[in-house]
Design a protein around this ligand. Structure first.
Ligand code: XBP
Ligand code: MG
Length: 253
């Protein structure tokens, strides 16, 4: 019996990274007079580091060894990241970053059938609120009983902490939940927390290692827009992910 579905956000609910987060980081850097520019390829490398503040630090330490850190570098990172969040949420407000195929349908089916919903993400809470509001509906935040996001846990994915945080608040053990992820770091976090996990890949994560996933799909699919199974379970002729398919995946050995 599946009691709750726990969703990652970036890359899973929506393709937010390339045209959302990346653009917002660059806008924040330019505004601060920094000549740092994360192109699409470089950003793919930087995505190995989860968390925006952590990603900025990693970039400076590994790609800008010429940069003389100011004495208040920590405060600069905090300021840059706050500006990035402002740019990112404004970008979402302009529309144009929709949900991935099948996401709304699965959320609505879960709500109709009394399966609880939650979020486990490394991204900043304001980013989650904005995405739900603009890509689903102004009330969509209330669809999710628990939203675990950002710095509420000390260790971000691939650590399992955010999943433990969410399951504790749901009051459910891992064997009554399923996780949804798009990346290797996300899958490692979910598996370490003992969760069966469905992976839907995107252009940045297609070549990641997804050993241990219940199934790996190119997207969740819709009636009339079939998913492709990239690895994992037999799907018994299913062409889109719904609660019946999840129940079969959950029961598989
Ligand atoms: C994706 C991330 C995030 C975003 C940036 O996390 O790594 O860090 O790229 O978000 P997930 P912030 O897929 O788990 O949602 O800048 O707000 O940290
Ligand atoms: Mg993700």
């Amino acid at each position: 019996m599946i009691g709750a579905l726990i969703f990652d956000v970036d890359g899973t609910l929506s393709d937010t990274e390339r045209d959302g987060h990346r653009v917002a980081f660059n806008a924040a850097f330019a505004e601060a007079g920094l000549n740092w520019c994360w192109d699409i390829g470089l950003y793919g490398e930087l995505l190995a580091v989860t968390g925006g503040k952590e990603r900025i630090r990693y970039y400076v330490d590994h790609y800008r060894t010429d940069y003389q850190k100011p004495a208040d570098f920590d405060a600069l990172v905090t300021r840059l990241h706050a500006a990035k969040t402002t740019h990112y949420t404004a970008l979402l407000g302009e529309g144009g970053i929709p949900l991935r195929p099948g996401v709304r349908r699965l959320l609505e089916e879960a709500r109709a059938r009394g399966v609880r919903l939650a979020i486990a993400t490394t991204t900043t809470p304001a980013n989650v609120s904005a995405l739900l509001r603009y890509a689903i509906s102004p009330q969509a935040e209330s669809w999710f009983e628990v939203i675990g996001a950002g710095d509420v846990v000390a260790a971000k994915k691939p650590a399992p902490d955010i999943y433990y945080y969410v399951m504790e608040r749901l009051g459910l053990p891992a064997n009554q939940c399923m996780a949804f992820e798009d990346s290797e770091n996300g899958l490692r976090a979910a598996l370490s927390a003992g969760l069966r996990t469905v992976v839907t890949v995107n252009d940045y994560t297609r070549n990641h290692h997804f050993h241990g996933a219940a199934v790996v799909l190119d997207h969740m699919g819709e009636p009339g827009k079939s998913f492709q199974v990239l690895a994992g379970a037999q799907v018994n002729g299913a062409s889109y992910l719904d609660l019946d398919m999840l129940t079969r995946l959950d029961a598989a050995p």
